[in-house]
Design a protein around this ligand. Structure first.
Ligand SMILES: [Ca+2]
Length: 304
């Protein structure tokens, strides 16, 4: 199942950081161009089959497609953090779907462009179309592909301030009933393809949705959007199931599994547990399917 990545140059690099907290909420609102629609359908009235007293007017929701009228090729975009969740990303302004920092030093110049232009799906299941796109960042030989998600909220498109970490390339992005499906080549969270050997990547097909404002993986099993494949220097440490892996490094994020659930939880760790991070990515194996989840350091027993 391990495969060679299509090209080895992709890695995170060069995004300026500004201090803030990592939120799970939403970000910049964009302009609204049209209104939502709800139709009222009268069912049964005037028909031979209508039962007496049953001529009720039923509200039948229709998908609100207002988001499709927002210009996402020319807009500000937040570049969400992927390597360090304690910092915020920077914002850039896309013009015709691209941004060039204009640094005269070609070794330092950051450029961004849509790898897959915005498409529309109802990611949070509230009967209005939301948007998703893949934005490719490159700086010299380095790069990263960001899943960018916007929700239609209060008559505006609002960007979710999270993306998937550990992604090398996204080959396809398609709308699904309750999210977007990606076929991707991925690595471990917080790592870059650039720094890896060719055989530490994995091809996957996953569906991403938004649950209570949280960007989550909804298929093939519920979990974090961040990837959790072990690198060549990591080992899997099986944890007691009393821990609560979450979809984000945040105590308020949804639980991937609750203590006592019939799952196996494997921490991705260096052999001597030199990682002193507050949060650690783990594999959560549910019925043989591996999801990813974040485990707080407080829940991990100290290694001898
Ligand atoms: Ca929606």
């Amino acid at each position: 199942m391990w495969t060679v990545p299509p090209f080895p140059i992709l890695a995170f690099g060069g995004v300026a950081d500004t201090v803030t907290t990592m939120g799970i909420g939403v970000w910049t609102p964009l302009k609204r161009f049209s209104a939502a629609g709800v139709i009222v359908a009268t069912v049964g009235a005037g028909t031979a089959c209508a039962a007496p007293g049953k001529d009720a007017a039923l509200v039948e929701p229709v998908m609100d497609e207002s988001a499709t009228e927002v210009d996402l090729l020319n807009t500000e975009v937040l570049i969400p953090p992927v390597l360090d969740f304690a910092v915020d990303g920077q914002t850039i302004t896309l013009t015709d779907g691209a941004y060039d920092e204009g640094d005269p030093d070609p070794f330092r110049n950051n450029t961004y462009a849509y790898h897959i232009e915005p498409l529309y799906a109802d990611l949070d299941g509230d009967m209005d179309l939301d948007a998703a796109a893949i934005l490719h960042h490159s700086m010299y030989e380095r790069g990263y592909q960001y899943l960018i998600v916007w929700l239609w909220e209060d008559d505006e498109l609002v960007q979710v301030d999270r993306t998937m970490s550990g992604v090398c390339t996204v080959d396809t992005l398609n709308p699904r009933d309750s999210g977007v499906e990606l076929t991707l080549t991925s690595v471990a969270a917080r790592e870059s393809c650039y720094a890896l050997g060719a055989d530490e990547t994995l091809n996957e097909t996953v569906t991403v949705s938004v649950v209570d404002g949280n960007l989550v993986q909804s298929e093939p099993v519920f979990g974090a959007v961040d990837r959790c494949h072990p690198l060549y220097w990591q080992e899997l440490v099986t944890l007691d199931s009393a821990v609560t892996p979450r979809t984000a490094p945040d105590r308020t994020a949804p639980a991937v599994a609750e203590p006592g659930d019939d799952v196996a939880i494997h921490l991705l760790a260096a052999p001597h547990r030199t990682d002193t991070s507050e949060w650690h990515i783990a594999q959560v194996v549910v019925d043989g399917v591996t999801a990813c989840g974040w485990v707080h350091n407080d829940e991990i027993p100290a290694s001898g």
